[in-house]
Design a protein around this ligand. Structure first.
Ligand code: NI
Length: 139
C-alpha cells in the first residue's frame, strides 16, 4: 500500500475561496483529492513536454469517407506507425462522416507527430490529440 503523508499548505484567504468555488463547481467533495489531481495533471504535462519516457494518449479524427483517397491515405499512415497505435475504433457517424479514435503509446514527440500528420491530412474535418499517461509516473 502507498503511504499517505499529511502536510499543510498556506495560502491567502481569497485564493483559497476561489479554489473552493472552482472545485465545488467541478464536483470535488474534498480539497485533498482536488489538489492531488492538480499535481497529477502537472506531472503528466511534464511527461509530455519534458521527459522522454513512454506516455499514452488518444487521437480523435472526423472525416468523410467519400473524400477521394482519404481513407487509403489515413490507413497507410496508420500502418506506418503500427508500433505506436495500439488500438483503433471506427464509428460511422452518418451516411458520410466517420469518427475514429486511436489509442497511442510511445514517446511524446512521436505521438505528437502521428497526431500532426493525421490532423493535417486534407479532408480531415476535425481532430484532437488528448494527452494522458501510462500511469507509471503518477500514483
Ligand atoms: Ni465510417
Amino acid at each position: 500500500m502507498i503511504e499517505s503523508i499529511r502536510f499543510g499548505i498556506s495560502m491567502d484567504r481569497k485564493l483559497l475561496k476561489e479554489f473552493d468555488r472552482l472545485i465545488e463547481h467541478m464536483g470535488y467533495t474534498n480539497r485533498s483529492e482536488a489538489i492531488r489531481d492538480l499535481i497529477r495533471e502537472r506531472l503528466i504535462q511534464e511527461e509530455w513536454e519534458v521527459t522522454r519516457q513512454e506516455t499514452a494518449g488518444t487521437i480523435t479524427i472526423v472525416y468523410s469517407h467519400e473524400t477521394r483517397e482519404l481513407t487509403e491515405t489515413l490507413t497507410a499512415l496508420q500502418h506506418s506507425y503500427f508500433k505506436h497505435i495500439i488500438s483503433t475504433m471506427h464509428v460511422h457517424l452518418d451516411e458520410h462522416n466517420c469518427l475514429e479514435v486511436l489509442i497511442v503509446k510511445g514517446r511524446a514527440n512521436i505521438l505528437k507527430k502521428i497526431a500532426d500528420r493525421l490532423l493535417s491530412t486534407r479532408g480531415v474535418k476535425h481532430g484532437k490529440l488528448t494527452t494522458t499517461t501510462t500511469g507509471k509516473a503518477v500514483s
